[in-house]
Design a protein around this ligand. Structure first.
Ligand SMILES: Nc1ncnc2c1ncn2[C@@H]1O[C@H](COP(=O)(O)OP(=O)(O)OP(=O)(O)O)[C@@H](O)[C@H]1O
Length: 299
């Protein structure tokens, strides 16, 4: 659906994206994570046709995005820094959207007044930051896009509104097969909504994973033995992290959970617990293993 191949982009001498490739499947949610200055917004501006790449290709359904009004009319982009016409009310902005987006849906616009409790006669720029964000989603969802590109989408929204907005977006993913790319610093937020996550660092994707795969492939165990750790314990296992506090051994290992359990059990531990792993922990251990300075990548 969204395909970026070998994308390279620089501003003057500053190379921002280096030979970057990602593939976002139709009707899925792809989370783009990365520290400040990694290149997330620059990548997003290629996906929405605002920037022309120096090298590589950026396509949606195999059609180039740049200078392609037909493709752009299927994309809704909700940037971090919203822009609205200064004199327009919400209703007037909606009329403007209706002209740009061929699939605009007025019924939906009326229905969503139940979700977004803002007087549609008010001028958008006079609303609070969070209310403007609500308006961006309200209008964006009524545009009936095939692709949504969201930059720090729920920044400024209160927790109740965050849930409402995500539920509307995910409903469109499920029912209308909308494809979503969302950029965020917040891994916790992405964990609940994404199918895939890619980490961008210094203009490169350093890790890209399907979340279900990641969770089924890495496991955390708390183990204790009555007479210390046996010689050669889990020698042939891919251990990502190991700490010992007193007699308790905390292990994070990669592999099939049942096989790992079998191996641990065969050493006769007196304590064996499987502990839940957050996505943040998984990324930290994965990236740590790849030699990246984690603290600078994840927030
Ligand atoms: N129009 C521009 N002209 C020159 N340099 C730019 C331009 N846009 C971005 N850059 C540079 O590209 C790099 C990546 O910026 P970008 O905004 O893509 O990062 P980001 O990952 O979105 O960061 P943040 O999380 O802070 O929003 C930065 O070094 C930035 O200074």
């Amino acid at each position: 659906m969204i395909e970026v191949k070998n994308l390279t982009k620089g501003f003057g001498k500053n190379k921002v994206l280096h030979d970057l490739s990602i593939n976002v499947r139709k009707a899925s949610v792809y989370g783009l994570l990365g520290p400040n200055g990694a290149g997330k917004t620059t990548l997003i501006k290629h996906l929405t046709g605002l920037y022309r790449q120096d090298q590589g290709t950026v396509t949606i359904d195999h059609k180039p995005v740049y200078e392609n009004p037909e493709v752009k009319a299927q994309i809704v982009y909700i940037p971090d820094d919203l822009y609205f016409f200064s004199q327009y009310s919400i209703d007037e902005t909606a009329k403007f959207y209706a002209k740009i987006y061929p699939q605009w849906n007025w019924n939906r616009y009326e229905q969503l007044k139940q979700v977004f409790p803002i007087d549609s006669k008010r001028r958008v720029v006079k609303l609070s930051k969070g209310m403007q964000k609500q308006v961006a989603f309200w209008l964006g969802i009524c545009a009936m896009p095939r692709v949504m590109v969201l930059d720090e989408p729920v920044d400024g929204l209160d927790p109740v509104m965050r849930k409402k907005v995500w539920s509307l977006v995910l409903q469109d993913v499920a029912e209308r097969e909308v494809t979503v790319l969302v950029s965020s610093h917040n891994l916790r937020e992405l964990e609940d909504v994404c199918d895939h996550v890619g980490i961008l660092h210094n203009g490169k994707i350093v890790v890209e994973r399907e979340l279900d795969d990641m969770k089924s492939d890495i496991h955390k165990f708390q183990i204790a033995f009555s007479d210390g750790i046996p010689e050669g314990f889990l020698e042939d296992t891919h251990i990502l992290h190991k700490t010992q506090t007193g007699s308790i051994l905390l292990l994070i290992a990669r592999g099939d959970k049942d096989e790992l359990m079998q191996k641990v059990k065969s050493a006769n531990p007196v304590i064996l617990d499987v502990l839940p792993l957050t996505l943040e922990e998984i990324f930290i251990y994965e990236l740590g293993g790849m030699g990246y300075d984690i603290q600078n990548i994840l927030i």
